[in-house]
Write a protein that binds this ligand. Structure first.
Ligand code: SF4
Length: 187
């Protein structure tokens, strides 16, 4: 069965969405409605664009050789869990890229989802939990203090995340200027 991902944006090179030089997939669609959400444009389920899983994987294969990892963010990635697992299975089987997932679901909620155990075998780090405006942190890749970090392989430790800068300006080849990171106002 052909499977597709609803994608908000694909960023081939970022240094503020996890340790090292990382590609970032922001998936489109989120119903969790955290007050103060930093990216409401990702909420509409039909926003962005639909890509076949294989097309997103081909984009991963075209990343620059210095890429060290792939970050999955949103929107809410786990509202597209099945095609996300299909993508990450290809990434894990055929690349050495590390995989970091940002999700608004709590660790407990994730483990009640069908497919959770398959997902966990495809991640290096999962950062979980709703954004809580009252406990906003916006550093070390934690949007708010309630976020929980789960290191699922030995590839990274908390110290790696403490070294990640808060924000960056990306000048795209087409001239577009984008700001990314856990705390864009820091710029
Ligand atoms: S889970 Fe993320 S994208 Fe969804 S409302 Fe909360 S902060 Fe926004």
């Amino acid at each position: 069965m052909t499977s597709a991902l609803q994608v908000h944006h694909l960023e081939p090179s970022s240094k503020v969405n996890g340790p090292g030089q990382r590609a970032v997939v922001w998936l489109q669609g989120c119903t969790l409605a955290c007050p103060g959400c930093f990216n409401p444009l990702t909420h509409a389920p039909k926003g962005g664009a639909s890509y076949a899983v294989d097309s997103v994987y081909q984009w991963v294969q075209s990343l620059p050789p210095e890429s060290t990892g792939l970050t999955i963010s949103g929107g809410e990635p786990l509202q597209q869990l099945s095609p996300l697992i299909q993508l990450l299975q290809q990434v894990r089987a055929n690349t050495t890229l590390s995989v970091i997932l940002f999700t608004g679901y709590t660790w407990e909620e994730i483990h009640k989802m069908p497919g959770a155990s398959a997902l966990m075998g495809l991640l290096d780090v999962c950062i979980a939990g709703r954004f809580q405006q009252a406990s906003r942190l916006a550093h070390h890749l934690a949007g708010s203090a309630n976020k929980t970090f789960h290191f699922l392989t030995s590839r990274y430790s908390p110290a790696n995340f403490e070294q990640v800068e808060q924000a960056e300006i990306i000048l795209a080849p087409d001239g577009e200027i984008r700001i990314s990171g856990i705390n864009p106002p820091a710029l």
